[in-house]
Ligand binder design. Structure first.
Ligand code: ATP
Length: 364
């Protein structure tokens, strides 16, 4: 089932929760809405499910407008953040509750369908258990089984893991991903956790204040953020604002290239807070202002070019890497260094890092 949002806006009084959101989710796709608290993720999901009507714009399923179609007639399964299992019903009854409006698909009985779904979420034989006797992760899998029981065309997941601890979250999201691709159900997943979004999605949409900032495959959004907001939110990038002082002309590559000789990418020298940095592959004119970002792992000790001399403000040991806060000019930078077990980093210590001219990425 293909899902489209066409200029969907939602206003509550004078507050705008969604501002003309247009998105297309392909049949069978795992699509994630990611963004900070209050950016409109849940509102988007509620408009798709039919719990809310858009103030403007249209939601379409396979090209058909959902205007006026009530939630129970949309063929949508929803899993919320807080399990929402009925405590007075057994696990089996909770899953069967998903079948109250429809017959089980595939011509099986209700009991057979419940057993099928519990098996799918690795809870075979749990029919008679009390929801209270299950762990958080198990309860959330029951909620998933209940949402999937009627065989929905679209699955909506609203921060389903946020109440779980980190390890469990990782396991459960792999399980959800496996089940989703096994069933091929079009899925919209909501999270404020960018690493979760990058880990499981076919594509992600980054939302900011009710608007779509960027849509793309995780790798694309991470490596090629279009805006400063996406750069900071998805890649935890270090953002620099500068002015182009000099333009470096392109040079012909040495003759004898197999395909054809080419121009090397243009470069510029940018001034940021009185320091000069050389950036490659940037086509900007002298005098223009420029915002560029460098990912924490690309600010390296021992790099000769584009050096930055800062003071360590914080260290966080993360196992294979150590994350450092670095105070430089008016900016607080983040640096991720590989941990060799010998080098120590102390707060207050001076540290010189640098970055390669092609490690910088220009954003709007
Ligand atoms: P979170 O991650 O915190 O759940 P979210 O991205 O899901 O946030 P929404 O819940 O969609 O964000 O809210 C978007 C904006 O709309 C917020 O500013 C919120 O305060 C506002 N909003 C949502 N529902 C209502 C409502 N029923 N009445 C008034 N304002 C609302």
């Amino acid at each position: 089932m293909k899902l489209e949002l066409d200029g969907v806006s939602k206003r509550y009084g004078t507050a705008t929760a969604l501002d003309s959101v247009s998105l297309t989710v392909d049949d069978g796709e795992f699509f994630t809405l990611v963004g900070p608290s209050g950016c409109g993720k849940t509102t988007t999901l509620r408009c798709i499910a039919g719990f809310e009507s858009p103030t403007a714009g249209t939601v379409r399923f396979d090209g058909e407008s959902m205007d006026g179609v009530p939630p129970e007639a949309r063929g949508v399964g929803v899993v919320f953040q807080n399990y929402a299992l009925f405590p007075h019903m057994s696990v089996g009854e909770n899953v069967a509750y998903g079948l109250r409006f429809v017959d089980p698909p595939g011509g099986v009985t209700r009991d057979e369908r419940v057993a099928e779904l519990l098996e799918l979420v690795d809870l075979a034989g749990f029919e008679d258990r009390d929801p209270d006797s299950l762990s958080g992760g198990q309860q959330q899998r029951v909620a998933l089984a209940r949402a999937l029981a009627p065989g929905p065309d679209i699955l909506l997941l609203d921060e389903p893991m946020s109440a779980l601890d980190a390890r469990l979250r990782e396991r459960l999201r792999q399980q959800v991903k496996r089940i989703q691709s096994e069933l091929g159900v079009t899925t919209v997943y909501v999270t404020h956790d960018q690493s979760e979004a990058l880990a499981v999605s076919d594509r992600v949409a980054v939302l900011n204040r009710g608007r779509v900032e960027q849509v793309g495959e995780p790798r694309d959004v991470y490596h090629r953020p279009h805006t400063e907001f996406v750069a900071e939110f998805v890649g935890e990038n270090n953002v620099f604002h500068g002015v182009v002082r000099r333009s470096l002309t392109g040079q012909r590559a040495s003759p004898g290239d197999v395909v054809e000789s080419r121009l090397d990418p243009e470069g510029v020298v940018v001034e940021v807070d009185g320091h000069s940095f050389t950036l490659e592959g940037v086509d900007k004119s002298v005098g223009e202002s420029l915002t560029f970002c460098v990912r924490p792992e690309n600010l390296r000790t021992g790099t000769e070019t584009n050096q930055i001399r800062g003071t360590i403000t914080g260290t966080e040991f993360q196992g294979a890497t150590t994350r450092l806060g670095l105070d430089w000019e008016k900016t607080e930078l983040t640096v991720v260094v590989a941990d060799d077990g010998d080098t120590t980093y102390e707060v207050g210590q001076e540290l010189v890092v640098g970055f390669d001219p092609d490690a910088a990425h220009v954003v709007e």
